[in-house]
Write a protein that binds this ligand. Structure first.
Ligand code: MN3
Length: 194
């Protein structure tokens, strides 16, 4: 059984960047639905009931076909949103530090260049999905996935993910996805990203 995680802050804590109404709907309705539907799917296949969420997504091709699409969508939704709440913090935190800061500089040239890539790729992504900073082998990369797909299923480890679904920003930003991405960048919790 998977559970909806408790947010590490109040629904209004990310104001004025992300509004309380969006946060409450996103957590208590959207994320809860992913958890509920993931549990319904897992209940049908005892062979995977003791698998961790990471294993379900990493070894997605070994998940029984009868529930694979449900695990992909709702397991992905549960994992992605659990990470999402963790990588945000009121007012943002310090810039990347230590090894990650060095890796970002050597891969992208600067933290500013990483931000530019995230915003460009996130803005250009068609429809719903996520934009990621992920680690594949020893390399960092920026990529997008469709729907609730996760880099784990593509052999990469997600470090930072930004939700591109309209439910994440439409109440406040309407169609202005680049402005939303720029705003999210200001409240990233770099202390949570390793
Ligand atoms: Mn979402």
């Amino acid at each position: 059984m998977f559970d909806l995680p408790v947010l590490p802050y109040q629904y209004n804590a990310l104001e004025p960047h992300l509004d309380a109404a969006t946060m409450e709907l996103h957590h208590s309705k959207h994320h809860q639905t992913y958890v509920t539907k993931l549990n319904e799917a897992i209940a049908k296949e005892p062979s995977v009931t003791d698998w961790s969420l990471e294993k379900l997504l990493t070894d997605l091709e070994q998940v029984p076909e009868s529930i694979r699409t449900a695990v992909r969508n709702h397991g992905g939704g549960h994992f992605n949103h659990s990470l999402w709440w963790q990588i945000l913090t009121p007012g943002g935190s310090t810039s990347p530090v230590g090894t990650l800061a060095e890796e970002i500089n050597s891969t992208f040239g600067s933290q500013e260049n990483l931000k530019t890539q995230i915003i460009e790729k996130g803005s250009a992504h068609f429809g719903s999905g996520w934009v990621w900073l992920a680690r594949k082998g020893s390399a960092l990369e920026v990529l997008t996935t469709v729907n609730q797909d996760n880099p784990l299923s593509q052999g990469a480890k997600p470090l930072l993910g930004i939700d591109l679904w309209e439910h994440s920003y439409y109440l406040k930003f309407q169609n202005r996805r680049p402005e939303y991405l720029e705003t999210v960048w200001q409240i990233v919790n770099w202390n949570a990203i390793v």
